[in-house]
Design a protein around this ligand. Structure first.
Ligand SMILES: [Zn+2]
Length: 337
């Protein structure tokens, strides 16, 4: 039994941080994999579900291991038909399950083109097509796509992704991101020019950082990339000066509680409580997200219920958080138009 809460009134929700690679229902992924004729390591559906979900914190020990799971989902989504269906299903699923009416999804098109075998424009157009089809079915929804650069890609490849984001701006691409497995050799600063170009063209900027590892990366992102939002960013809760700077610049954090607990970026609920209360006390704006509801066996309502259930959030906090997410959405800000 869950306590009565503001969630019982089925408020309209906003999800800002969901990877297409982690947001498609396993049954759909199974069907897409077979449609594509992909050789999977198992012929059993339940083993497949185990393969592409993070059911327990013991399953992954860190972010690098979590990223390995994405290799499967990205392989399965590596064709125009597969990308179109994936995006289409994520949007409808979000509305039906959680009454999400503002949804941003992110993906790296270059991790879905079979290393150049498939044409990047076909992959991106397919994602947009999937989005358009779903929005026809759910006209109360708004949705946008964020193209992700990668921390393991050289600057030249990431530059191509930004160029594509610029080309498809106005057609459903609303922002850019940098994500992917941790890479000590990666320089955020080197990407400042690319990020500036995207911003000047009206695209939203969100950057994965401050999830685990060193807070120095997050400093680099805040100082040189000045993003609108940061994917995760929880590490700044341990750095007063950084929190001050983030708050002053109005950078909104996209916190993903269950994801952080499952990848061990956050050890336990008391640490989660400490982080969120510290951020709030320092005026750092943050939102609640899933990161990838299907892969992490969660959804946005469950994320809010987790915080309510542990007394980390009150009803008023949930309401405020929903509003912060709505206001911080690139769709609300007219990015990519
Ligand atoms: Zn993420």
């Amino acid at each position: 039994m869950t306590e009565p809460s503001v969630l019982d009134d089925r408020p309209e929700l906003t999800e800002l941080h969901a990877h297409v690679g982690g947001a498609v229902n396993p049954a759909i992924m199974w069907s897409v994999a077979h449609q594509q004729g992909i050789r999977l390591p198992t012929k059993d559906y339940w083993q497949f579900v185990e393969l592409i979900t993070v059911s327990h914190p013991d399953k992954v020990n860190n972010l690098a291991e979590y990223d390995l799971i994405f290799r499967w989902t990205e392989l399965i989504q590596s064709s125009p038909v597969a990308v179109e269906r994936s995006v289409y299903e994520v949007i409808g699923g979000a509305y039906r399950k959680c009454n999400i009416t503002t949804l941003e999804m992110r993906f790296n098109p270059m991790k879905r083109n079979r290393e150049g075998e498939k044409d990047l424009d076909h992959i991106i157009s397919a994602a947009i097509r999937g989005q358009d089809r779903a929005l026809l079915e759910y006209p109360l929804m708004r949705a946008g796509l964020i193209l992700m650069m990668d921390r393991t890609f050289p600057l030249e490849l990431n530059a191509i992704i930004v160029e594509k984001a610029l080309r498809y701006r106005g057609r459903g691409i609303v922002g850019i991101d940098i994500a992917g497995p941790p890479n000590p050799a990666f320089s955020y600063r080197e990407h400042a020019g690319l990020v500036a170009r995207a911003r000047e063209a009206g695209l939203g900027v969100t950057i994965h950082t401050g999830e685990e590892g060193s807070v120095a990366d997050m400093w680099e992102v805040v100082e040189y990339l000045t993003p609108d939002r940061i994917g995760h960013g929880i590490l700044c809760a341990y750095d007063e000066r950084l929190m001050e700077l983030v708050a002053r610049r109005g950078i909104v954090l996209e916190v993903c509680p269950t994801s952080n607990l499952r990848t061990r970026a956050i050890e336990d609920v008391p640490q989660l409580r400490h982080i969120l209360t510290t951020l709030r006390a320092h005026g750092v704006p943050f939102t609640i997200n899933t990161d990838g509801p299907e892969m992490l066996l969660t959804d946005l309502i469950r994320e809010y219920r987790l915080l309510l259930g542990h007394g980390i959030f009150t009803d008023a906090d949930v309401r405020a958080s929903i509003q912060t997410a709505y206001d911080a959405s690139f769709l609300t800000r007219g990015c990519g138009q």
